[in-house]
Write a protein that binds this ligand. Structure first.
Ligand code: BGC
Ligand code: CA
Length: 173
């Protein structure tokens, strides 16, 4: 068989598998659905799946807002964390990419109102893994959350204009 034929066959098979995984119960997929599907297909590559969440580490050093902007451009958000297991999963994603634990942006922020923390992706804010004494809102102007701070690799609030790599997340519906 020609390589082109093999590739085409593979593509078709993968498309079928992806369709099967997604249920394929809808009678008439809307155009929106197809667009969504294409995004899924593109996004499976390079994203780590955990439950229905897909994580990816980006090594570019951006401030929190631009990191979130970049996540959004991929239909994702800066990562939220619901429990310690997810925190460890995100650390593993970072480790796989860097073989270390660099300070990395997460999607937590209390920029709207001091002490009122939110996850930018809308996840209810309950789990935290703050370092001892954090969040301390140093100089009354730390409103963004990063992880892997200090030797304990915990969360710290920090200036949003600082530049760090980041982890994005998107959720499969
Ligand atoms: C503090 C952190 C603070 C950081 C700012 C550290 O020494 O422990 O709370 O966010 O300095 O650079
Ligand atoms: Ca702090």
């Amino acid at each position: 068989m020609k390589l082109v034929t093999v590739s085409a066959l593979l593509c078709a098979m993968i498309t079928l598998i992806v369709a099967a995984e997604e249920g394929g119960t809808e009678a008439k997929p809307s155009e929106e659905h197809l667009v969504e599907k294409r995004w899924y297909w593109y996004k499976y590559r390079g994203w780590y799946k955990y439950g229905n969440r897909y994580y990816r580490y980006f090594p570019y050093r951006l401030d929190w807002v631009h990191a979130q902007r970049h996540c959004q451009s991929m239909h994702a958000n800066l990562a939220s964390v619901r429990n310690l297991r997810e925190y460890r999963v995100i650390q593993r994603v970072i480790y796989r990419a860097t073989h270390s634990y660099p300070i990395t942006w997460l999607g937590g922020s209390d920029a709207q109102k001091e002490h009122h923390w939110f996850w930018i992706d809308g996840t209810p804010f309950s789990f935290t893994y703050w370092c001892r004494g954090e969040p301390n809102n140093a100089r009354h102007s730390e409103h963004c959350m990063h992880m892997n701070s200090s030797r304990h690799k915990c969360m710290n609030d920090i200036y949003c204009h600082y530049r760090y790599p980041y982890v994005c997340v998107w959720k499969r519906r």
